[in-house]
Design a protein around this ligand. Structure first.
Ligand SMILES: Cc1ncc(COP(=O)(O)O)c(C=O)c1O
Ligand SMILES: N[C@@H](CCCC[NH3+])C(=O)O
Length: 443
C-alpha cells in the first residue's frame, strides 16, 4: 500500500500515522475507525493557498465541505485561511457551530429551500452560487423581504465533459446543475440577475467534475467562461469581478492514478484566466476555487478488524471486515478502487490474493476485489488508504450499523473529532405510537 503523508511502518511492524500506532488506536477507540492525518490535511490546504498566492491574482480557496464536514475540519479550514463551500443547511449549521466566519461561506446546491436561503441570509454568508431561475427569483424575493442585497455567482454548465466517472462528471450540457451556456440560459440568467434589485452579481461559477487528472478540461472551461464574460460585457454591460472554477482535482487512490501537483492545476487555470482576460482588456477577475477530495482524501485511512474469512477453492478467498458500504459506499456506487494493508503486520510479505467484503447484507458490499495481502487471519487489522473524502460524509446506518468514530492524529496525539455512534443514537429518533405499546395478547 502506498504510504501517504505521515504514514509509516514502525519498529513493531505496525502502521503508524501522525506518530500514532494504529494497533493502539484500534485498541483504544475500536474499529472501524476513520483516522485522519491532520498534518497532511493542513499541508494540502497550504499547497492551494500558496499556489494561488503565487499567481498574483486575488483569490479564495473554498474547501468543499461535502467531502468531509465536521466541526474540527471547519476549524482547520478556518485556521488555514480557506473559505468554505456548503450545500445544505446541515453543512451551514456545522460550519457556524464551528465558528467559521459566515462571510467566507459560499452556498451551493441545485435545490436550496426557502428555509435554507433564509438561514444563510440571516447568518450573513458571503455568497450564494445560484443554480437555476427558480432559485434566482426566490433568492431575490427573500433578500428583498429582509431588505438586503446578497452576493451571487451563477453556476453555469460550460459544456465541457471531464474525463471521470459519469456520476461525478457535471460540466456537460445534460446535467442537473446550472445554467447552460450553449442554449442561452446562462446569458438570460446574467441579464436577469444583473437587473434584480436584491442581488449583487459577482460573476460565474463552473465545476466540470471530480477526480480529474489533467488541466485540459479546466482550461477549456476557463476559455468558455472568458468568452462568455466578454460577450456579456459587450452586450449587457455586465462585468464579472469573480470567476469560480470549482473543484475536481484528482488524488492518488491506487497505483496508476496520476494526479498533478496542486500547483500545476492552479497555475494552468490562472494562466488561462490571465491570458484570456488580458487579451480582451478585461479587468482581471478574482479566482475562486472549491477543492474537496484533494484537501482531505489522501489524509484518511479506515481501520477495520478482520472477522470471518472463507475460501472457495479455485475461485476466491473472501475476507470480511467489521465495516463496509456503510462507512465507504464508493466501491458500490462508483466501482471505486482502494489499496490496503494489514496494519498489525506491515512488514509481512504478501502471500495471497483475497477480496475484502463488508458486513452488510448486500452482495455488492465489497470494499476491495483481488488484493495482495499476507495470509489474513481473524483479528488482523486491515487499513484502507485514501478514505478521507466522501466516506464519513456519505456513511449510512444501513443494516442499523453504527457510524464509526473519526480521530485526528498529529505529532503522536490522537483526538476524537466524531464519536462512534451508540445504540441509543440509532434508536434516538424512533417513535413507537402509543397504540403499539400494549403487550400482544396473541402471543
Ligand atoms: C460545485 C462543486 N464544487 C466543488 C466540488 C468538490 O469537488 P472535489 O471534491 O472533486 O474537489 C464538487 C463536487 O464534485 C462540486 O459539485
Ligand atoms: N461523492 C463523489 C464525488 C461527488 C462530488 C460532489 N459533486 C465521490 O465520492 O467521488
Amino acid at each position: 500500500m502506498y504510504l501517504h503523508g505521515t504514514s509509516t511502518i514502525n519498529k513493531l511492524g505496525h502502521l503508524e500515522i501522525g506518530g500514532c500506532d494504529t494497533v493502539e488506536l484500534a485498541a483504544r477507540y475500536g474499529t472501524p475507525l476513520y483516522i485522519m492525518d491532520e498534518a497532511l490535511i493542513r499541508q494540502r490546504c497550504r499547497e492551494y493557498v500558496d499556489a494561488f498566492r503565487g499567481t498574483g491574482l486575488k483569490f479564495q480557496v473554498a474547501y468543499a465541505s461535502k467531502a468531509f464536514c465536521v466541526k474540527a475540519m471547519c476549524r482547520i479550514a478556518e485556521e488555514e485561511g480557506m473559505s468554505l463551500d456548503v450545500v445544505s443547511d446541515g453543512e451551514l449549521y456545522t460550519a457556524l457551530q464551528a465558528g467559521f466566519p459566515a462571510a467566507r461561506i459560499h452556498f451551493h446546491g441545485n435545490n436550496k429551500t426557502p428555509q435554507e436561503i433564509q438561514m444563510a441570509i440571516d447568518a450573513g454568508i458571503g455568497c450564494f452560487v445560484v443554480d437555476n431561475f427558480v432559485e434566482l427569483h426566490m433568492l431575490n424575493a427573500i433578500a428583498g423581504e429582509k431588505r438586503q442585497k446578497v452576493n451571487v455567482l451563477l453556476r453555469i454548465t460550460p459544456g465541457v465533459e471531464a474525463h471521470t466517472h459519469e456520476y461525478i462528471s457535471t460540466g456537460q450540457t445534460d446535467s442537473k446543475f446550472g445554467f447552460d451556456l450553449g442554449n442561452g440560459s446562462a446569458y438570460a440568467a446574467v441579464k436577469e440577475a444583473s437587473e434584480l434589485p436584491h442581488l449583487e452579481l459577482l460573476g460565474v461559477h463552473s465545476h466540470i467534475g471530480s477526480q480529474i487528472f489533467e488541466t485540459t478540461g479546466f482550461k477549456m472551461a476557463v476559455d468558455k467562461v472568458a468568452d462568455f464574460a466578454v460577450q456579456v460585457r459587450d452586450e449587457l454591460n455586465v462585468l464579472f469581478p469573480v470567476i469560480n472554477v470549482g473543484g475536481g482535482f484528482g488524488i492518488r487512490y491506487v497505483e496508476g492514478d496520476t494526479p498533478l501537483p496542486v500547483a500545476s492545476y492552479v497555475e494552468a487555470i490562472a494562466d488561462s484566466i490571465q491570458t484570456k482576460f488580458s487579451a480582451e482588456g478585461y479587468p482581471l477577475p478574482e479566482i475562486w476555487s472549491e477543492p474537496g477530495r484533494s484537501i482531505v482524501g489522501d489524509s484518511g485511512t479506515t481501520l477495520y478488524t478482520v472477522g470471518t474469512h472463507k475460501d472457495i477453492p479455485g475461485v476466491r478467498k473472501y475476507v470480511s471486515v467489521d465495516g463496509g458500504m456503510t462507512d465507504n459506499p464508493r466501491p458500490a456506487l462508483y466501482e471505486a478502487v482502494y489499496e490496503a494493508m494489514l496494519a498489525n503486520r506491515g512488514n509481512d510479505a504478501n502471500e495471497e490474493v483475497v477480496s475484502v467484503a463488508g458486513k452488510c447484507c448486500e452482495s455488492g458490499d465489497m470494499l476491495i476485489w483481488d488484493i495482495n495481502l499476507p495470509k489474513v487471519i481473524s483479528g488482523d487489522l486491515l487499513a484502507v488508504a485514501c478514505t478521507g473524502a466522501y466516506n464519513y460524509a456519505m456513511a449510512s446506518n444501513y443494516n442499523r450499523i453504527r457510524r464509526p468514530a473519526v480521530v485526528f492524529v498529529k505529532d503522536g496525539q490522537a483526538d476524537v473529532v466524531v464519536k462512534r455512534e451508540t445504540f441509543d443514537d440509532l434508536v434516538g429518533n424512533d417513535v413507537v405510537p402509543e397504540r403499539m405499546m400494549q403487550v400482544s395478547k396473541t402471543v
